[in-house]
Design a protein around this ligand. Structure first.
Ligand code: NAP
Length: 328
């Protein structure tokens, strides 16, 4: 089978190559998926670049955790009725050497989730990281029913789903930061009441004006290092900040202002959701997909041979939405 792979960290054009690997066979409790699409996320790009650690967890890596396709073989203990099922994948490359940038992936059967008939396979490759991250960020810690929420970076892959989930879960008012008119339109179409251009507006003043001077009750944060001072300023007392991203790897906190406001900080990584939280998120997501309640934003579709280009697009942050690799 064809795969994209790397055996050392570094720039995409130096370390990624497309080659042949033996086609894997599913073992007990596993399924094999013939992949159609492989989703590229910032995390895949950072791991390949070596920006977190230069030491690879496996000698040879097939990247990407997200993907979609059709089950074509099952191992012992798995019903053959699953053969032919259209599925989306989570954690394909988390703690595993072999991700979705390949014609086939073998993985535990529960990591291949049935995709409702009405959802196309390309959208299925956006769910594992962007949609599940957004769902958990919005739904955790009592959710957002009746609350005002600030979603930083509402046109991003995660942010765009987060706005939709906040709307669905009954947020009273949804504010979002963006950096262009095009991104503002995307955030509003997803359900944001207010889009604030953080590059040329006074975000703190706008948030206060839009919330009658109260501030927001939850912030869903894409870059905590960049926004920590703003967040503590615009968060209402007893509010929480759900942090899923940060460019800075070490962050100084304004201790006293955060203390006085009783601010709660919540960090999480989608790869390590508890079984309970993941099951709940997948069930709810499936119901929303069946009801056609979600917009998906596939921005770029790139062939497997152009995987370097796909990584560079994500790395440079030029793309508004998800980047997918089409599997031949
Ligand atoms: N914890 C987890 O489980 C988890 C899961 C998924 C992603 N992440 C992380 O979350 C980050 C975003 O992922 P993604 O896939 O959504 O990326 P993405 O599609 O590139 O979206 C990021 C968005 O954030 C905006 N942005 C950047 N800096 C900002 C700032 N200071 N204030 C407000 N908005 C800002 C960007 O727009 P502009 O550049 O135009 O501002 C862009 O719209 C990455 O660092 C990723 O590694 C973490």
């Amino acid at each position: 089978m064809l795969v994209a792979t790397y055996d050392r960290t570094g720039p995409a054009n130096e370390v990624l190559r497309v080659t042949e690997f033996p086609t894997p066979t599913p073992g007990p409790n596993e399924v094999r998926v013939r992949l159609a699409w492989s989703g590229v996320n910032p995390s895949d790009v950072k791991t390949r670049a070596g920006s977190r650690t230069r030491v690879l967890p496996f000698p040879q890596i097939v990247p990407h955790s997200d993907g979609s396709g059709t089950i074509d073989a099952v191992g012992p203990n798995i019903s053959s009725a699953r053969i032919g099922e259209r599925v989306w994948i989570w954690n394909g490359a988390w703690g595993r050497a072999h991700g979705t940038a390949a014609q086939y992936i073998v993985l535990p059967a529960n990591q291949a989730v049935q995709l409702p008939e009405n959802i196309d396979l390309a959208a299925g490759a956006c769910l594992g990281i962007p949609a599940l991250t957004a769902y958990h960020a919005v739904g955790m810690n009592g959710g957002v029913q009746g609350k005002s929420v600030l979603i930083a970076g509402g046109a991003g892959a995660v942010g765009h789903y987060a706005i939709q989930f906040a709307k669905i879960m009954g947020a009273r008012r949804i504010l979002s930061t963006i950096s262009s008119d095009r991104k503002a339109a995307l955030a509003k179409a997803a359900g944001a009441d207010v889009a604030i251009n953080y590059k040329n507006e006074d975000v703190a003043a706008r948030v206060q004006a839009e919330t009658a001077g109260q501030g927001v009750e939850r912030i869903i944060e894409v870059d905590f290092g960049a926004n920590v001072a703003l967040d503590q300023q615009v968060l209402k007392r007893d509010g929480d900040i759900v942090v899923y991203g940060s460019t800075a790897l070490e962050i100084a906190l304004p201790f006293v202002p955060m203390l006085i406001k009783n601010i709660q900080l919540r960090f999480f990584i989608v790869y390590n959701l508890t079984e309970h939280d993941r099951t709940r998120a997948i069930e709810e997501l499936t119901a929303l997909l069946k009801g056609n309640r979600l917009q998906h934003n596939v921005a770029e579709r790139v062939s497997l041979n152009d995987i370097v280009k796909a990584h560079e697009m994500v790395e440079q942050g030029r793309v508004v939405g998800n980047v997918l690799v089409q599997i031949p």
